[in-house]
Design a protein around this ligand. Structure first.
Ligand code: COA
Length: 250
């Protein structure tokens, strides 16, 4: 288990908080495993009506831990924890609300593509530098982003790896709203309380109708994963990871 994921209950709201501030919430295998378990457990618990995902002030997440990527890049085992988490998130039975402040890189952005409501602060920047790192989009983002943002904005995000400010993300339909830093936690929990107060059966049917079958999404997550793991071993990716690891030296 890991101390880097803190799971709390607040009435009918289950809060999953990434808490690794010294690494800007870079996500490790143990963190994925803990988040997958929290989502699965929350879905199975009748007392939970909504999941909330938070990071820490200034860092929702800097993405997958690059040291873990390096392990795969150099022939090691990447484990299945990230897929367990993404599957739990993509197939979550209950609504998912996120509150994002500051850094939201890679999966720190793509998590939110699975959320029903996301609040972000003005200093938040959503960024998916997969292609710049020599790898490919994950978390079903190659399917969800074009559907959500339209082809051109999705290409700007996933192909050009442009950063999206919170305002741009809202205008593009990536997030629900922008709130000041000091209000993020309270506003996100208020939103979650509003969700939790709805008749749960009617809300579940409504959400399931909106999302439709998630088989294609889960299949895309797997398909992306095959490319992703192969690309982690590419010269392009290895060079990008080495550059990051060595950037503070000399
Ligand atoms: N994996 C592992 N460690 C990471 C990390 C990641 N994804 N992102 C940040 N860290 C670590 C840094 O190595 C640093 O550790 P150190 O203090 O032991 O050297 C610490 O977190 C703080 O990061 P730092 O780069 O000093 O903070 P910053 O505010 O200047 O920059 C980022 C923050 C997120 C912009 C920058 O760290 C970054 O670009 N990280 C990589 C993001 C990325 O490519 N993620 C993968 C996407 S697929």
């Amino acid at each position: 288990m890991t101390d880097h994921i803190v799971v709390e209950r607040r009435g009918a709201v289950q809060i999953v908080r990434m808490n690794r501030p010294d690494k800007k919430n870079a996500i490790t295998r143990a963190m994925y495993a803990a988040m997958a378990k929290a989502l699965t457990d929350g879905d199975a618990d009748d007392a939970v009506r909504v999941h909330v995902i938070f990071g820490v002030p200034g860092a929702f997440s800097s993405g997958n831990d690059l040291a873990d990527f390096m392990v795969v890049a150099t022939g090691g085992d990447g484990g299945m924890e990230v897929f367990d988490f993404l599957t739990a998130l993509a197939t979550a039975a209950k609504p998912v609300v996120s509150g994002v402040d500051g850094i939201a890189v890679g999966i720190g952005t793509t998590i939110n593509l699975h959320c029903d409501l996301t609040l972000a602060t003005p200093r938040t920047e959503f960024r998916t530098p997969f292609v710049d790192l020599g790898i490919v989009p994950e978390a079903g983002s190659s399917l969800i982003a074009p559907a959500l943002l339209g082809r051109q904005q999705a290409f700007a995000l996933l192909g050009l790896c442009e950063g999206f400010s919170a305002d741009r993300a809202k205008a593009a339909g990536l997030i629900y709203d922008v709130v000041p830093e000091d209000d993020l936690e309270a506003s996100t929990l208020d939103l979650a309380d509003r969700v939790a107060a709805k008749p749960p059966e009617a809300l579940k049917i409504t959400r399931d109708l909106m999302l439709g079958s998630r088989e294609a999404l889960v299949a895309r997550i797997k398909e992306e994963g095959v490319h992703f793991r192969a690309r982690l071993k590419s010269d392009e990716a290895r060079a990008a990871f080495m550059a990051f690891m060595n950037r503070k030296k000399g």
